[in-house]
Design a protein around this ligand. Structure first.
Ligand SMILES: O=P(O)(O)OC[C@H]1O[C@H](OP(=O)(O)OP(=O)(O)O)[C@H](O)[C@@H]1O
Length: 183
């Protein structure tokens, strides 16, 4: 996608969730996560790249001790459909006996979260919880009914960008959650 095309994508997109709604959702999630995890000395894993902005805004609102690490695993690349999960970076912290909280921008088909949960369990985590800024509502989930433990916003079945979500590599920095025109 060229720079000019990227500009046009944002100009023509539909804004589905604005900053105020997103900040409200992140604040509510911070309260819920604090209630559940404040005493558990968790390892928090940001799932890169999409989880970056959500993690950066949520973490300063968690006022309890935790350790932070990240994983980098992708299955969409620059496409609007997902393939098999490619691991680029596994966590470096030891997960044995730890409560793990995974942070990601979106639960779409759920394949990414399911695979990372399984990996963390395999590495000896005591429990693995998940928090996503957005859950996309449709019937293509890897396991019917799969949910995150903490969900910020529920959005319909469109191709989304902004707040960490990219369209062809662009607009992770868009200040809201947008849907690509016609998708
Ligand atoms: O529920 P799923 O259908 O598995 O999709 C969700 C995943 O897709 C995106 O990652 P992507 O593979 O695009 O990599 P990115 O984080 O670098 O954007 C997103 O950040 C989630 O990790």
């Amino acid at each position: 996608m060229t720079f000019d095309e990227a500009r046009r994508v944002l100009d023509e997109a539909d804004l589905l969730m604005g900053e105020e709604e997103i900040q409200g959702a992140i604040g509510r999630m911070a309260g819920e996560i604090t209630g559940r995890l404040a005493g558990s000395n968790p390892v928090v894993l940001c799932i890169m790249n999409g989880g970056l902005i959500f993690s950066g805004q949520l973490l300063p609102r968690l006022h309890f001790p935790l350790e932070l690490d990240y994983v980098h695993a992708t299955r969409y690349g620059q496409a609007t459909w997902g393939d098999r999960l490619n691991w680029h970076r596994r966590p470096h912290l030891n997960l044995v006996g730890r409560t793990v909280l995974l942070l990601d921008d979106i639960l779409d088909e759920g394949i990414t979260l399911a695979a990372i949960i399984e990996y963390c369990r395999g590495m000896g985590a005591l429990e693995v919880l998940t928090a996503v800024l957005v859950e996309k509502l449709h019937s293509r989930k890897v396991t019917p009914g799969i949910r995150a433990d903490f969900t910020g916003l529920e959005i319909g079945d469109r191709f989304l960008f902004g707040y960490g979500l990219d369209y062809k590599g662009y607009w992770r920095n868009a200040p809201g959650i947008f849907a690509v025109k016609g998708m």
